[in-house]
Ligand binder design. Structure first.
Ligand code: SAM
Length: 277
């Protein structure tokens, strides 16, 4: 039992590159936790070295989580259990949500210690709209599954945030251009590290840039929301009216086109009569 912290589960965000981003509160909890559940103890040992301590770590990752979760939840009643991932915010494309769910179900306190997250850091670098965004995580690597996943989000009016690896980046950008249209995008790489960069351009420009030269390091792709559809022109109205007149009488054709394209019904009706004659 820890004297300075109440028992329960603590979700602790850790740096995504620059160790200076570890918050004082995160340090205090990691140093005082009775046990720290980690994805990879070699990675988190580096963080503890930075803190000048050894750390009491136990592995918690995709392969052992179901087996070790009940034991961790049982300890939260009397002890301080911290969860970290290799980098960034646990649970975000990382293990942890079932631990939080089970901790809550068992009535234990759950505390979050917010901090770095590559998705949010990349969003702040990209210069694309931030009022509505969708975190997509990693796309499937197989071509067909990836195209289907992209089609699922194509109509969503939000900036998209994706995690990707260097070797797959070119193919991913090309698939995004194909499935979403040639939207504005950004590739944020090695955020907070020595070779941090954020390259912006259209999806097709970025796909060309990275096709032959897969970049090293860790990557987040940000894609702009779909653009507003351009307002319909008189030519659009004429073409739609001609088509509608092959199926409908003038009044109905004008009504249908007016509704579909947001054009004036009376003008369309007059034009429809003229075309009929
Ligand atoms: N939970 C983490 C977070 O909060 O960002 C993400 C974990 S996910 C398994 C790892 C992916 O995050 C990487 O493959 C990369 O796409 C992205 N990532 C992590 N660190 C990054 C960095 N410094 N720069 C760019 N992307 C990063």
């Amino acid at each position: 039992m820890n004297a300075s912290l109440a028992p329960g589960l603590y979700i602790v965000a850790t740096p995504i590159g620059n160790l200076g981003d570890l918050s004082p509160r995160a340090s205090q909890i990691l140093l005082n936790a009775d046990i720290v559940a980690v994805e990879d103890s070699r990675v988190t040992a580096g963080l503890f070295r930075h803190l000048g301590a050894k750390g009491r770590m136990t592995p918690y990752h995709d392969h052992n989580a179901d087996a070790v979760r009940p034991g961790l939840v049982a300890r939260m009643g009397q002890e301080v259990v911290a969860l970290v991932s290799d980098a960034g915010t646990p649970l975000i494309s990382d293990p942890g949500f079932k631990l939080v769910r089970d901790a809550r179900a068992a009535g234990h306190a759950v505390t979050t210690v917010p901090g770095p997250c590559a998705a949010i850091a990349a969003l702040t670098l990209a210069g694309l709209p931030t009022d509505r965004f969708l975190f997509v995580g990693f796309l499937p690597s197989k071509q067909q599954a990836r195209a289907e996943a992209i089609a699922e989000v194509a109509g969503i009016r939000a900036t998209l945030i994706l995690y990707e690896s260097g070797p797959r980046l070119g193919a991913c950008l090309a698939a995004l251009a194909e499935g979403l249209g040639d939207r504005e995008a950004a590739v944020a790489r090695e955020i907070t590290k020595k070779f941090e960069e954020c390259v912006t351009g259209s999806l097709s420009q970025l796909a060309d840039r990275y096709a032959e030269a897969p970049p090293r390091g860790e990557i987040v792709v940000i894609v702009a929301p779909p653009g507003e559809a351009a307002p319909a022109t008189a030519e659009d109205g004429e073409a739609a009216l001609l088509e509608a007149l092959t199926r409908l009488p003038a009044a109905k054709a004008a009504g249908e086109v007016a509704k579909k394209l947001g054009l004036d019904r009376k003008t369309l009706y007059a034009r429809a009569i003229a075309l009929k004659n």
